[in-house]
Design a protein around this ligand. Structure first.
Ligand code: NOJ
Length: 734
């Protein structure tokens, strides 16, 4: 019924120019030789109010197995719709719907097809939190480029990625989707993924438009509960949350998604300051903002809109151009314009932005997707190689007592635990069209890795949760006959992601109990942990000789794990998010602000330091750091500053080492965090060799700070530049 009304409206409102459409020459907007801005203006001048409004809506199409979302039947899709969330991976279905838009509507405006390609389309990469632990943005860019190619070739032009919400509470399920607790890290990976997705030209059939999300502050969700209030002062907004978006916009991200969260009283999807004053006016973003699913309609329960019409008004005026599945714009925007509440200028600005992205994607000139075979799109050897390397580099060796790893000279390995013979949960929460077909379990991978060298046997031991201990006996029998126990534990994939908050980040008691039981046998225990968040490992750490966190590695599944366990791969990952001592310590993150009494204010019952700090991660080799050298210890503003440190591989094997450069500003007009990451660099160092790591400091960018309006300020005085336990003082003089 709704669509019939839309069609009637459309036919009633056709402007005079189009009555002669048949006799008209090819309209300018269809001429690919014309520049995009001219084409937009020409098209805009031909559009009716209803046609304009329809461009600002997104419905869904195809399969939808996400319980939080519901799909529309295909036949209901009006050809005039601006965008569709495309749940299928079949180019033919896209082409059928696109045909409707191109051939059966008055103006033939192509539909923009979007989808959540978060860590891969069919070839699945590790979750973003794990990707960040690789500290290898070049590799992440390559992974995103592969994802883009698989995506575009499957009929999707636009991904709702990257998620760059700084997040410091592991209870929040969505920490899995971002790059951890640090603003700079999120910024670097935002740029890497935008470059990977969008390449050098959006119109290439291998690239997709990126979407920075969730703008902004969603990661500050109170106590890790999803969709709730966030208390963010303007100073914190700029200090903690803006940088990744600012850099992502600079890198050319075509779109942004407005967030669900209420930012100190003004929800992200009705926030004129962030959406218009900052994004459009200050940063000059000329693409568009899509709402999150339902985030406009949700302005009602959030208490800032009386009804859907009011919600449409508030979101649109604030700067949200496209309505994702709220059914607010399609129902009310036309009336709001007719009533003069929304200006024609704002409407045209919004439509222009949407059309601009469509033109840049080349959709007007090539609206259809070539129909190719799946085997020519997915799991190409080069794509799988990138996935495997990224999964290897994401693994973090948390602990390795007596150098128990790598496991050599063993003849019997017991592989135990609910994650040992599991593929599904290694995929991660937003696995798009990923499937288990090619995934080898950790058990199978270890068997293959140790073929001819050691006997590898399996017992499940327990489930992920519940209280069934009936499998303990079998696991203990196996362990007692083995030289070592490789215990594979962790979280189901549904335990992280959207709407997947947990009150504790410890593993369920049954898994901890299994570790305790096996430890009693006196065999060395190696814990392999797969999760979508940092874990509370305080009780497990003393019960194991070694611990590896593998996150959710995606398609490569068990193979990289087996490589690290056997020593074929030297682990190099370092944490992108702090592992707290207990859930009660949350929020705990490395860049906390300075305390009034650093020596006091500690917990009485637990340490105040985390179990594993940000950037912690071991290698099978050892690295020795030299002193930091600076090009000048005292300098004026606008002077270049170079700092460097040499790192020697003092162990007995080659390996990667990532150097993290931190700064601190002990005295400032606005108190600064105890330290802040400003640069990182990863190099391969052969055993016995020394590498030099350099950081070209831009004084204003790296030593300065932003105020609550985003203005950068560099004050004179002392600063420190730090790597590991090395520290050097820099003085800025006027
Ligand atoms: C809601 C999620 O918050 C967002 O990240 C996602 O892109 C949309 N749903 C579309 O699936």
């Amino acid at each position: 019924m709704k669509n019939i009304i839309t069609y009637c409206l459309l036919s009633l409102m056709i402007p005079a120019t189009s009555l002669f459409a048949d006799q008209e020459e090819k309209p300018l907007y269809k001429d690919k030789k014309q520049v995009i801005e001219k084409r937009i203006e020409d098209l805009l001048s031909r559009m009716t109010l209803a046609e304009k409004v329809m461009q600002l809506n997104q419905y869904t199409l195809g399969r939808n197995d996400n319980a939080n979302n519901m799909a529309d039947p295909v036949n209901d899709i009006p050809g005039e719709i601006g965008s569709l969330i495309y749940f299928s991976s079949d180019p033919e279905l896209r082409n059928r719907v696109q045909h409707k838009a191109m051939e059966q509507t008055r103006l033939g405006i192509p539909i923009l097809f979007g989808y959540d390609v978060i860590h891969g389309f069919r070839t699945i990469y590790p979750i973003s939190l794990g990707q960040a632990c690789s500290w290898n943005p070049g590799l992440v860019e390559q992974a995103c480029a592969v994802a883009a190619q698989e995506t575009r070739m499957s009929g999707v032009d636009w991904t709702f990625s990257p998620m760059i919400d700084v997040a410091r509470d592991g209870r929040w399920g969505r920490v899995a989707e971002g790059y951890g607790e640090d603003p700079y890290t999120n910024a670097v990976f935002a740029v890497a993924s935008v470059k990977g997705y969008q390449g050098t030209s959006l119109s290439s059939k291998k690239n997709v438009a990126a979407c920075l999300k969730h703008y902004i502050g969603y990661g500050a969700s109170e106590a890790g509960r999803d969709y709730v209030y966030t208390e963010i002062s303007k100073q914190t907004l700029w200090d903690t949350y803006m940088l990744p978006y600012q850099e992502g916009v600079k890198a050319g991200a075509a779109t942004l998604m407005s967030s669900f969260n209420d930012i100190s009283g003004t929800p992200g999807s009705a926030n004129k300051y962030t959406l218009t004053e900052v994004l459009k006016n200050q940063w000059k973003h000329d693409g568009f903002v899509v709402s999150d699913w339902g985030s406009i309609e949700q302005l009602r329960p959030q208490g800032v809109a009386a009804d859907k019409k009011d919600a449409a008004f508030k979101a649109f005026q604030a700067g949200v151009e496209m309505d994702m599945m709220n059914r607010c714009y399609d129902q009310h925007l036309g009336d709001l314009v007719k009533e003069g509440k929304v200006s024609q200028d704002r409407l045209d600005d919004a439509v222009r932005r949407v059309l601009r992205v469509k033109f840049r994607l080349g959709l007007f000139d090539q609206p259809y997707t070539a129909v190719t075979k799946e085997k020519d799109r997915f799991f190409l050897p080069a794509s799988l190689a990138i996935a495997e390397k990224l999964a290897e580099e994401s693994v973090v060796l948390l602990k390795n007592e007596h150098k128990i790893l790598p496991l050599t000279n063993v003849s019997k390995i017991a592989v135990v635990g609910p994650m040992a013979k599991n593929q599904f949960d290694l995929l991660g929460s937003w696995a798009a069209h990923g499937n288990q077909d090619r995934m080898v379990t950790i058990y199978e991978a270890l068997k293959a890795e140790y073929q001819g060298k050691a006997e590898v046997s399996y017992a499940q031991g327990c489930n992920f949760d519940g209280d069934l201990t009936s499998g303990f006996e079998e696991a203990k029998n196996l362990a007692s006959k083995s030289d070592v126990v490789v215990l594979c534990l962790g979280e189901k994939r549904g335990w992280s992601g959207e709407n997947a908050s947990r009150s504790t980040i410890a593993l369920p008691a049954i898994q901890e109990q299994l570790v305790m039981e096996l430890k009693k046998l006196g065999k060395p225990v190696i814990l392999i942990l797969s999760s979508g968040r940092p874990l509370d490992l305080t009780r497990l750490a003393p019960l194991s000789e070694a611990m590896l966190t593998i996150w959710q590695p995606g398609t490569p599944a068990g193979k990289p794990v087996a490589g690290v366990v056997s020593g074929r791969v030297n682990p190099s990952g370092k944490l992108s998010m702090t592992f707290p001592y207990t859930s009660g310590q949350i929020p705990v993150y490395y860049n906390q602000r300075q305390s009034a009494r650093p020596h006091q204010g500690k917990y009485q019952d637990i340490p105040s330091t985390p179990l594993y700090e940000f950037a912690h991660g071991l290698s099978y080799t050892t690295f020795q750091y030299g002193d930091i050298k600076v090009s000048a210890a005292q300098l004026k503003r606008n002077t270049p500053l170079k700092v460097e440190v040499s790192v020697t591989n003092t162990g007995d094997r080659d390996g990667y080492e990532t150097v993290h450069w931190f700064i601190s500003d002990p005295v400032s007009t606005i108190s600064r965090p105890v330290k802040e990451l400003k640069h990182f660099d990863k190099q391969w160092i052969k055993k016995g060799e020394t590498a030099t790591y350099q950081f070209e400091v831009d004084l204003e960018r790296d030593l300065g700070f932003v105020d609550g309006e985003g203005k950068r300020i560099l004050e004179s005085g002392d600063y420190y530049v730090m790597v590991k336990d090395k520290k050097v003082k820099i003085e800025i003089v006027d």
